[in-house]
Every structure is written in structure tokens, then in C-alpha cells.
Design a protein around this ligand. Structure first.
Ligand code: CUA
Length: 260
């Protein structure tokens, strides 16, 4: 048997190593093409956004700005026609979240202060589930959204949803800015905390067995000393303390009175 000299052996090892690298690159390229998912990129030159939206560039090219916040994705429901290329931009409004799009190999982190990006091409109609895969607090397991890929005819027939008018009341702005609306819905939907709808003026039972009417004094007390009067029942988790001025609390009280 021929004995290889040390130099020949080294050359062979180098060639084998190069061949492995080439195969790896070819497989990556194949995966990107096969699954239509571009390489995720962290964009440090794009300003993080706070508003989720779907932007149509052409009938087959869309851009989605996803905002991950405790504990939902905005927009929660996106519909695009089959055959579309979708540029996905992801930003975090509060803590670190994740985004995984089941059925594709899209997997991004939502990190406060930066925007992460990947491109996905959707060939066939189907419903994709979007989940948060980074533990982000009490509501982590409820953090999901849907992306619908529909055929062109269904897409054309889909009534465009009217832009949801955001409340303009200054009290709402205070609630939103302090993330109160993360736990308390405005429309009666159950949440981590009681809904704000119809809360003002209602009589609530407290954990200590006493009752309280939700009035100005209670709302003020609850915001300043959340641990003092805990509403009984499934909302026994303590509300976090928020630093608000007297004026801001008054604006909240005024706004709650409008949510009949
Ligand atoms: Cu967001 Cu887990």
C-alpha cells in the first residue's frame, strides 16, 4: 500500500474539509429555496416601530410589521394571497419575545430596540399559526396570532376591514402607555385582570370577603396601592404598581366612566 507523505495527507484533509463546507452551503441554499424562507437578519439601521401593520407593495409582495408585546402580536390577523412574497419585520414593545411561524422554518427573536427581518414566500392557501417561543411572562402561553394565505379570488372578495379607530380619550392614552390594556380589555373580553368595560360603578367582592364599589376613591387607591384591595376570584394575581400623577389618574377615572 502506498504511504502518503505528510504534505499529501494534509492536502487531502484540506480538500475533504472544503468539500464539506461546499456541501453545507449547497444544502443551506437548497433549504432557503425549498422552504422559501430567507435568512433572518437583525436590522440595526431600522427604527423599531410600535404599530403593527400590513403594507401591500404589489398584488404579490407584502410587508408585515409585527409588534410583539405582552401578550399578543399586532396585527393579530393577516391575510395575503397565495403566491405572495412577504417581508416580515419584527419589533418588541416591552420585553424579549419570540416568533415562530408553524409550518415554515421562520423563527425570529423580538428584542427591544432592534428590528428582525426575514422573507417568506407562501405558495398554497393555508392558515399558519404564529406563536411566541420565548417565555415572556404570565400570558406567554396565550401569545399567538394567525396568518391566512388564501387563493386570489378569496383575497379579492375579502372585505377590507375598516381601520379600527383607536380611542382618543386622554385616559385611554395613559392606560395604553402604561400597558394597563395588556391585562384589562376595553370590550368585555376576559384577560389577566378584569375588563374595564362596565367596571366603573360596579360592586366587586374583595379577597378579604368585603365588598367595594368601583368609584373614584377605589380606582385611585387601586393604582397607588395595588396590593391593598385585591378583587376576589380568578384575578388574585396582584396588579403591578404604576407611577401615575394625580392628573393621569383623574383622566383614567373619566375614561372608565365612558366604558359602559
Ligand atoms: Cu411573548 Cu412569550
Amino acid at each position: 500500500m502506498n504511504k502518503l507523505s505528510a504534505t499529501q495527507l494534509e492536502k487531502r484533509i484540506i480538500w475533504v474539509a472544503l468539500a464539506f463546507v461546499a456541501v453545507l452551503l449547497a444544502l443551506s441554499a437548497l433549504a432557503i429555496n425549498l422552504f422559501h424562507v430567507g435568512l433572518p437578519t437583525c436590522l440595526t439601521d431600522v427604527k423599531p416601530f410600535q404599530k403593527g401593520e400590513l403594507i401591500a407593495h404589489s398584488p404579490t409582495h407584502y410587508e408585515v410589521h409585527y409588534v410583539a408585546r405582552m401578550w399578543k402580536f399586532e396585527p393579530e390577523d393577516v391575510t395575503v394571497p397565495a403566491g405572495s412574497t412577504v417581508d416580515i419585520y419584527l419589533s418588541a414593545a416591552d420585553v424579549t419575545h419570540g416568533l415562530i411561524l408553524l409550518g415554515t422554518n421562520l423563527n425570529l427573536m423580538a428584542v427591544p430596540g432592534v428590528v428582525n427581518y426575514a422573507r417568506v414566500k407562501f405558495d398554497k392557501p393555508r392558515v399558519y399559526q404564529l406563536l411566541c417561543h420565548e417565555f415572556c411572562g404570565t400570558g406567554h402561553d396565550q401569545m399567538a396570532a394567525e396568518l391566512h394565505v388564501v387563493d386570489a379570488a378569496t383575497f379579492a372578495a375579502k372585505p377590507k376591514p375598516p381601520a379600527a379607530a383607536e380611542p382618543t380619550h386622554p385616559g385611554y392614552k395613559v392606560l395604553d402607555a402604561n400597558l394597563c390594556t395588556t391585562c384589562h380589555s376595553l370590550d368585555g373580553q376576559p384577560g389577566i385582570g378584569p375588563t374595564f368595560k362596565g367596571l366603573y360603578g360596579r360592586t366587586e367582592k374583595l379577597r378579604d370577603g368585603s365588598s367595594v364599589t368601583v368609584n373614584d376613591a377605589f380606582v385611585r387607591d387601586k393604582i397607588l396601592h395595588p396590593e391593598a384591595k385585591v378583587i376576589a376570584g380568578k384575578f388574585e394575581q396582584e396588579m403591578p404598581k404604576t407611577d401615575l400623577t394625580d392628573h393621569e389618574i383623574e383622566e383614567i377615572i373619566e375614561y372608565l366612566q365612558t366604558l359602559k
